[in-house]
Design a protein around this ligand. Sequence first.
Ligand code: GLY
Ligand code: MN
Ligand code: MN
Length: 451
Amino acid sequence: MPCLRCKVYNSRMTQPEIASGIPAVYAERRARLAQLMQRGVAVVPTAPEQARNRDSHYPYRYDSYFYYLTGFPEPEAVLVLVAGDPGRSILFCRDKDAEREIWDGFRYGLDQARAEFRFDESHSISEFGSLLPKLLADQPALHCHLGSDGRWDEHVLRALNSVRAQARTGVTAPAAIYDVRALLDEMRLVKDAHELDIMRRAAQISTDAHRRAMCAVKPGRAEYEIEAELLHEFRRRGAQAPAYTPIVAGGANACVLHYVRNDAVLNAGDLLLVDAGCELDGYAADVTRTYPVSGRFNPAQRDVYQMVLAAQAAAIAAVHPGAAWTAPHDAALRVLAQGLIDFGLCQGSVDKVLEAGDYKRFYMHRTGHWLGLDVHDAGDYKRDGEWRELKPGMVLTVEPGCYIRGGDVPQQFANIGIRIEDDVLVTASGKEVLTHAAPKTVEHVEALMRG
Ligand code: GLY
Ligand code: MN
Ligand code: MN
């Protein structure tokens, strides 16, 4: 039976919502990159494990670029991709190790990884140091990313130098080094059908979690109790983790943009801002809803809320193919500026408020970002100095807000913090709001909370 209020099932799902099998899409992406590179070899490592304290590690999360190209979830792995059509892809990964598997569980090992993930070759990660110079020898270009991990940079530069040292034997070293992220960012920016399927499911789990959180809110509960509802819903539905630390911010805490303490008690009469999304099979959802702790907005809260909701509607309306990346932000700003003038919080005309930036005291972030494997996903926002155009397959958040800190503002507005955030896919005919299922009109929110 689903909960009669939030319609979320409390029993275990009959079908796990996590994907099974390794789809061909990763090999297809490697083939595409191998073609785009034109020449040379790409070297893409996954993320290292991170110690938390003494023998404990943070839950492992692979590198997003590596995962995009491989789907391979284990640590201690590197992809080497030789350019061409179809190119050649080589995985370095951990060996099978019966002893370690007793302690840490299954690992693919070289043969199974090669077969299941469709690599042309696989080698032990312990051979990476000695084989990399051979793989770089006589290659015209190296595509990799340098500058984010000093130990990795050293590794690559050592291999390059060892190829250069063979010059007198006639071996040539790559003459050009390219940032492989330039090509990958463009690929990642336009989502394929496999990615969109996961993102729709991540959105569904996240919006169900928000509905469940809305039902759980009442005065006297702590922010972390609401966080627990969200995390429980994410995990029991097969999402591996939250995509980012949830923000569960009651009252004035909502005016702290990156509030993550989530340890205060919720007070009747306050608003609660909840920014939380799950990560499912590597993909993030990013959803914010703001609602009254006691189930009904007071007049000032309702006015500010309606302004943010109208700003969001204007921003979402501005999402369509061919629109500039800034169109949703510009549309939201005009609504917010007018609202702030109407409330007496800003003075003058809309154009003056926008030009002088007076609104920034109450709205200090932009209206969205790309969304995908990373919550703030890969991809340039400008091309050749111009804001880029939206294209079908891009996914962005639309998240205007208004944060009115106490102080010299009319009392009724003090400490109101509101953000409304949805995940929006650009489609050929306009857009699809992936996270529409989380209530956001005043009527829907109040009805859900009333039960
Ligand atoms: N939750 C992070 C963001 O909204 O950008
Ligand atoms: Mn966001
Ligand atoms: Mn967010």
